[in-house]
Ligand binder design. Structure first.
Ligand code: ADP
Length: 494
């Protein structure tokens, strides 16, 4: 990949985007558009269709027909695999273009976006394509004279509503297993991260995915997303985003057809550092990257640092030094370690959390401010807040920005109490040289993933999902198929 192309790609005009519905490109039914504002400089990049209810219904009808007539759902797994592998190849061939386009739209630093966006989507699609013709049904251990077969069948039409932080990665976590399983999909990208998902949907058609199997409708959550959630023709709803929207989706399911709803709702993940951490400098570096990369806009970000009191001051001092040396700024510079905040609205929310902490007497050790205003973009300095109390909003609510809340602890029991002291349960980390303690903490912390002596970096082979108000269901790994494949029993008297 020739990253010297980034400078050329960043200047390319971006044509007004269009929905992908039933294998063709469409404007909104009433012609309305919404501006795509680049967080790099606050300038308009292009427009998106402001999808209408009619657009969403057209996409759902298309997906329903595609599923029911078997043009994809009844193809053999080996045939589906072939198309999906071709799709992955086409995405890979455009990885740099897709990464730059995505960064211009959502502000993630390119070094991270390249790996976490197109290339991660490619790996994900390949993983599920390769897996689908290796999954077998079951023969039950029944009594003589009977036979019980357990089939796995595609679940139907999937509605996928995804967020703006990693549209391709999270999109592929849903699309890969759903399409491999034989489902049809209506995908609703976030308002501020739609362009790359529209592009890859076009590439899917080029790869031979039949029309109607993957539809992408852009627009507002309250219109397009709500239409998908309320539909009687959507069988499964998969979502990554906020808890508030997740609640609405469950209500919509209850009001409509009781579609299954799988939610990934973020967290307030504790990063627990004991004084016997094997290497404090490594813990400092990984802790800072675990909260400040992508300006904290990572659902599993380690947003709460719980640090043993005996090393609290030294750890915070090292963390401050490391964080202040991070390169925040132009996300299209490969040397940047934290790019732009996705939108002005998000930046404002981040700053409000800091203002509230300051007003409550908490100490802002570093950051807390907007920076690089002269660019017109939305940038925020890595922010460390100490003296945070367990009941503070900063300790309880997801900021989704580069703001780290620090709390000291005195014992393992207190660390567990603090770690589990929120409604969330997505991710966590424990830093210790004590093997027994590491295992105890893994068991005692309520979270979908507990890292030991690291943060992030787990690969596709392991599931990602939360407990508590972080949601339900899992992306990644073979377990993701459970959402898109229904079990059916065939019972025979022989
Ligand atoms: P955030 O606050 O991080 O943007 P949201 O939950 O609002 O998180 O957004 C995640 C996704 O949910 C986006 O694609 C958004 O458009 C969509 N969304 C927002 N509100 C609704 C809604 N009422 N119904 C369905 N989808 C929605």
């Amino acid at each position: 990949m020739d990253i010297s192309q980034i400078e050329t790609l960043r200047r390319l005009p971006v044509a007004p985007a269009r929905h992908v519905i039933d294998g063709a490109l469409h404007d909104a039914s009433d012609g309305q558009v919404m501006q795509v504002v680049s967080p790099i400089n606050g300038q308009s990049l292009t427009t998106l269709p402001r999808g209408t209810d009619a657009d969403a219904q057209a996409a759902i009808t298309s997906a329903r027909c595609a599923f029911d007539d078997g043009r994809w759902s009844e193809r053999s797994p080996a045939e589906r695999k072939k198309v999906l592998l071709k799709w992955a190849d086409l995405i890979e061939a455009q990885a740099l273009e897709l990464a730059v386009l995505g960064v211009r739209e959502n502000g993630t630093e390119i070094a991270m976006a390249l790996k976490a966006e197109p290339l991660s989507a490619v790996a994900t699609i390949r993983y599920y394509a390769e897996a689908i013709d290796k999954l077998y049904g079951e023969i039950a251990p029944t009594a003589p004279g009977t036979l019980g077969l357990v089939h796995r069948e595609p679940a139907g039409v999937v509605g996928a509503i995804v967020p703006w932080n990693f549209p391709l990665m999270i999109g592929a976590w849903k699309l890969g297993p759903a399409l491999a399983a034989g489902c049809s999909v209506v995908l609703k990208p976030a308002e501020t991260a739609s362009l790359t998902l529209l592009r890859i949907a076009e590439l899917a058609l080029d790869a031979g995915l039949p029309p109607g199997v993957l539809n992408v409708v852009t627009g507002e959550g309250g219109t397009v997303g709500a239409a998908i959630a309320e539909s009687m023709d959507v069988d499964v709803l998969v979502f990554t985003g906020s808890g508030a929207t997740g609640r609405r989706l469950l209500e919509a399911s209850a009001r409509s057809n009781l579609k299954r709803v799988y939610l990934e709702l973020g967290g307030k993940s504790p990063n627990v550092v004991f004084a016997d951490a094997p290497n404090l400098d490594e813990a400092v570096k990984v802790t800072a990257n675990g909260i400040f990369r992508n300006s904290g806009q990572v659902c599993i970000a380690g947003t709460r640092l719980l640090v043993e009191r005996s090393i609290h001051d030294v750890f915070v001092e090292k963390l401050k030094t490391f964080s202040e040396a991070m390169t925040v700024g132009d996300p299209l510079d490969p040397a940047t370690t934290a790019g732009a905040v996705n939108s002005q609205r998000q930046l404002q929310q981040n700053l409000e959390f800091v203002a509230e902490a300051r007003a409550a007497g908490r100490k802002i050790v570093t950051g807390g401010t907007q920076i690089l205003q002269d660019t017109g973009g939305y940038y925020m300095a890595p922010t460390i807040v100490t003296g945070v109390q367990p009941t503070d909003r900063l300790a309880q609510h997801e900021v989704f920005g580069p703001v780290l809340a620090v709390q000291p602890f005195d014992s393992e029991d207190e660390a567990v109490t603090l770690a589990n002291g929120t409604d969330y349960g997505l991710a966590a980390a424990v830093w210790t040289s004590n093997l027994s303690r590491a295992h105890r903490m893994v068991r005692r912390i309520r979270a979908g993933i507990v890292h030991v002596n690291t943060y992030g970096g787990s690969d596709l082979t392991v599931p990602l999902g939360g407990v508590g108000q972080s949601g339900n269901g899992h992306d990644k790994s073979l377990h993701a198929f459970d959402k898109y494949l229904d079990l059916k029993t065939a019972w025979f008297k022989l």
